[in-house]
Design a protein around this ligand. Sequence first.
Ligand code: ZN
Length: 56
Amino acid sequence: MKCRECAHKLEVLRSCRRIRLRCTGCKREYQIHEVASDLDPETEKLLENYTTIIYD
Ligand SMILES: [Zn+2]
C-alpha cells in the first residue's frame, strides 16, 4: 500500500513485539490501527504472518 504523505510504498517493519508500516520514501511510520481501514490485500497477507504478535 502507499504512504499517505508521499505515495511511496509502505514496508512492514518488525521491531521487538511491535509491527509498524514504514514508508520507503519519507520514512514515516504508521501504526497498524492508523491504516487498518486502508490495508490492501497484499499488505494484509503480509500482516497475517504477524497476527500473533500484533494481538499478543
Ligand atoms: Zn511517505
